[in-house]
Design a protein around this ligand. Structure first.
Ligand code: FES
Length: 144
């Protein structure tokens, strides 16, 4: 009768694992500040990205929008029921009137915002990132 091996045979020449004792790490290697409970969390935090104020003409609310986020994203994060469908610049649902301020636009489908609309001061909230404080009014569905 054949015996079934329950343990893998030790490889020849493989280094033997040695358990690392906690005391094996010299105390001097750990700075005192890092050894404190919770230390390092404060230092690891990144400073907040510059945020702009976005005033929404539809409901009079003012939200914060970071430089790197779109007006739509900031509005949704703030719990505003901003009209949108694709959030990728393809449908035009989030079309808005930029009443004041400056935005930079992410790539979008030219049919969702024509050059004439852009010249008339309209923008897509899902593609617009603030470059100053803004005043904006969505033109889509009549949500408040
Ligand atoms: S949500 Fe579709 S273009 Fe902005």
């Amino acid at each position: 009768m054949a015996r079934i091996a329950t343990k893998a045979p030790a490889r020849k020449g493989a280094p033997k694992k040695t358990p690392v004792k906690k005391s094996a790490v010299p105390k001097a290697a750990v700075p005192k500040a890092a050894a404190r409970k919770g230390a390092g969390q404060k230092a690891a935090r990144k400073p907040r990205a510059k945020a702009f104020h976005v005033s929404l003409g539809n409901n009079g609310k003012v939200i914060e929008c970071a430089r790197h986020e779109t007006v739509l994203h900031a509005a949704l994060r703030a719990g505003i029921d901003y009209p949108y469908a694709c959030a990728t610049g393809n449908c035009g649902t989030c079309i808005s009137k930029l009443d004041d301020g400056k935005v930079s636009m992410l790539p979008r489908n030219d049919t969702s915002l024509t050059p004439e609309q852009e010249e008339a001061g309209q923008t897509l909230a899902c593609r617009a990132r603030p470059r100053s404080d803004l005043a904006i009014t969505w033109l889509g569905r009549g949500r408040k």
